[in-house]
Ligand binder design. Structure first.
Ligand SMILES: Cc1cc2nc3c(=O)[nH]c(=O)nc-3n(C[C@H](O)[C@H](O)[C@H](O)COP(=O)(O)OP(=O)(O)OC[C@H]3O[C@@H](n4cnc5c(N)ncnc54)[C@H](O)[C@@H]3O)c2cc1C
Length: 288
């Protein structure tokens, strides 16, 4: 039942990113519907993930990052990171799982308000710290955890204590509606491993007979649109059979300076973390 041509698929999705992985998994629950997922970047099963995608806080370069640049004020050019490959940006991002606030939905149509959306937010997650609460889920595909206080570094401990001494609330759960203050942020990870949508949604669905994934397949019908004000010529495709070669792949050349700086910063951060993976995250959120 696998799809042999674009024309023979019931649903064709361009981009196997965060949204594409979820849509492919959900739409293919109907065995009668054939789903074709086209992705410009590489594809890896969970067991074959390269280290830069498996572990959080690693710099991610071509072919897993588009290497886009955007024009900013004062003539500056800034990095505009976007994931490339099955999982999209969910496979390269920071795995911070901060929820929207109820009032964020006020501008949405009434039928898509907080009361309705809460059920969907809960359905996504398996909150391993607060799963029993009304505003959390404990049966979704995405594990949510916060770094326990016992694991914080002395710097982090001091930061939180200082914020509390300065009058901020301590916040044990930034996902609690109306929460404010300082505390560990919720993250979608297992240990130091990022749980992307490719892992959470597509991994279990991709062996279905009605799902076909064509990776390293750049669709000319849709193009990355994050090159505002800059060269928009398509990046030469990397050889899908060969791992990225720093300094040789075109995308890497484009962003070599920034990638080197990122790596240096990462090394310094790793050293400071005394051998622990650089994934401890705290947040201060202040409601206005
Ligand atoms: C470095 C980084 C850190 C981030 N940190 C966080 C965080 O901690 N928490 C958080 O909530 N969000 C974070 N985000 C944002 C979040 O990851 C994105 O908003 C989200 O993943 C976007 O999902 P998407 O489906 O719209 O696009 P993407 O996940 O980017 O998917 C788009 C996919 O389409 C593919 N594609 C594009 N053009 C074509 C084409 N022409 N043909 C074929 N395929 C194509 C791309 O390769 C990509 O795989 C981060 C993003 C980045 C890049």
């Amino acid at each position: 039942m696998g799809v042999r041509s674009v024309a023979s698929a019931d649903v064709v999705m361009v981009g196997a990113g965060s949204a594409g992985c979820v849509l492919a998994a959900r739409l293919s629950e109907d065995p009668e519907r054939t789903v074709l997922l086209l992705e410009a970047g590489p594809d890896h099963r969970e067991v074959d993930l390269p280290e830069e995608l498996r572990t959080l806080s690693r710099p991610v370069a071509w072919p897993y990052n588009w290497g886009d640049r955007v024009a900013s004020t004062g003539g500056r050019e800034l990095n505009y990171a976007r994931g490339r490959g099955v999982g999209g940006s969910s496979a390269t991002n920071g795995a911070v799982a901060l929820r929207p606030e109820p009032e964020d939905f006020d501008a949405w149509p009434r039928e898509l308000g907080w009361d309705r959306m809460l059920a969907y937010l809960n359905r996504v997650e398996n909150d391993l710290d607060f799963g029993a609460e009304a505003y959390h889920g404990d049966a979704g595909p995405i594990p949510i955890v916060r770094h326990p206080e016992a694991d914080w570094t002395s710097l982090q401990r001091g930061f939180v204590d200082g914020c509390v001494a300065a009058g901020l609330e301590f916040c044990a759960d930034h996902s609690r509606p109306g929460s404010t203050g300082v505390g560990a942020i919720p993250m979608n990870r297992r240990g130091s491993g990022r749980v992307s949508n490719a892992i959470a949604y597509l991994e279990a669905a991709r062996d279905r007979a009605n799902v076909t994934i064509w990776a390293t397949a750049m669709s000319s019908a849709a193009r990355p649109c994050h090159r505002a004000g800059l060269d928009s010529s398509p990046r030469p495709p990397a050889d899908p059979g060969r791992p990225a070669q720093p300094g040789r792949d075109a995308g890497d050349r484009d962003q070599r300076g920034t990638a080197t700086a990122d790596r240096r910063r990462q090394h310094r951060a790793d050293r400071r973390a005394s051998g622990r993976p650089g994934t401890h995250r705290l947040a201060v959120r202040r409601r206005t």
